[in-house]
Design a binder for this molecule. Structure first.
Ligand code: SF4
Ligand code: SF4
Length: 342
């Protein structure tokens, strides 16, 4: 909790005005505990080519590597959960339906002006390889680590994006919450993950995580293609079952509406698709990853009213010049034809 006086009080007022939640302040430190966890997970093969904060742990676990002379880290979250309710496309994970990180970054930049106006240096870091942002936020008591590897905050759960302001200002740290994890004995997400990707101690095996696999180029493994459901980017399952996110619960998606969304992605030209989803991480800025995922998702629409059109759409893609798209379409055709017979 931040007091009402001084620069910390002004930060709290500005954060509220910006719609930011779970504001916390911690001292800038080298996070050796996190560096050890990253090394352990990397050695166990859980990373599966993922870059992010694994790319350069010496940098990502030390705020001073981004801002020499750093003394404090201000952490804050922007809750996208309610604003994403009912937004299309539903085949895209909720944080990615809009440029949530872009919105967070702008808000953090305006929050950082409080420090700049007082003559301090700030670096805003959000969705970047530069910082393990959950660690300073947890140290400052903003929220908790969760078993599904995400960060949760009181009242908003894990449907938040989180960012940091690294500064040379010596701010008064906020109090830690007393425990680092917020799950207690709950294991709902572990049981709900369709691929068994959530391991003990809050680790997710990227080799089995649908969210990461949908971002990787190349052919999807058959078991991922089957388990991914009707998704094109991201996977919200381990958030939807989380009791912290109850107030953000979304109803069942309609298969015909999903078919429309998938067909829309497939008929959109590459340049337009890239422009529309410029805020998403796509390897090599190659929008064909989205088309591959849309073709794989068509195979999971089941034998209901969406099946006839999905089958005919897939059959037009089996001759694609792009071998990944052609094979994905053929596999989906087989899967969908199988479930249509059941
Ligand atoms: S994002 Fe999906 S696949 Fe990944 S851990 Fe969560 S439920 Fe499992
Ligand atoms: S579902 Fe339960 S175990 Fe999983 S993150 Fe939420 S509280 Fe933690």
């Amino acid at each position: 909790m931040i007091g009402s006086g001084g620069i910390e009080g002004e930060l709290a007022r500005r954060a509220r005005r910006e719609g930011l939640v779970a504001l916390s302040i911690s001292r800038s430190r080298v996070y050796r505990n996190v560096a050890a966890v990253l090394a352990r997970r990397d050695a166990a093969g859980l990373r599966d080519g993922m870059q992010f904060t694994y790319r350069n742990p010496a940098r990502s676990t030390d705020p001073a590597a981004t801002l020499p002379g750093a003394r404090s880290v201000v952490s804050a979250a922007w809750p996208y959960g309610r604003s994403s309710l009912g937004q299309t496309p539903s085949v895209i994970a909720r944080y990615a339906r809009r440029d949530s990180y872009g919105e967070l970054r702008e808000r953090l930049a305006r929050l950082g002006e409080v420090l700049e106006e007082a003559g301090h240096i700030v670096r805003v870091v959000a969705d970047s390889n530069a910082l393990v942002d959950k660690e300073p936020a947890v140290r400052g008591g903003g929220g908790w680590y969760l078993k599904n590897s995400l960060y949760g905050v009181p009242a908003h759960g894990s449907m938040v994006v989180i960012g940091s302001i690294i500064t040379d200002a010596a701010l008064t740290p906020t109090r830690p919450r007393g425990r680092m994890t917020g799950c207690g004995s709950c294991t709902a997400c572990i049981g709900a993950c369709p691929t068994g990707a959530i391991l003990p101690e809050g680790a997710v095996d990227a080799r089995r995580c649908i969210s990461w696999q949908l971002q990787k180029p190349g052919l999807l493994n058959a078991d991922i293609a089957e388990a991914m459901g009707v998704r094109v980017y991201g996977c919200d399952i381990c958030q939807e079952v989380c009791p912290y996110n109850r107030r953000n619960a979304e109803g069942e998606a309609d298969a015909l509406a999903q078919l429309e969304e998938l067909a829309g992605i497939l008929r959109t030209g590459d340049a337009e698709l890239l422009g529309h989803y410029s805020h998403l991480y796509l390897p090599g800025r190659d929008p064909s990853v989205l088309k591959r995922n849309a073709l794989a998702a068509l195979g999971n629409l089941g034998g209901g009213p969406a099946a006839p059109r999905a089958l005919s759409l897939l059959s037009t893609w089996v001759d694609s010049d792009n071998p990944v798209l052609a094979v994905t379409a053929a596999r989906s055709l087989e899967r969908l034809a199988g479930s249509s017979k059941e």
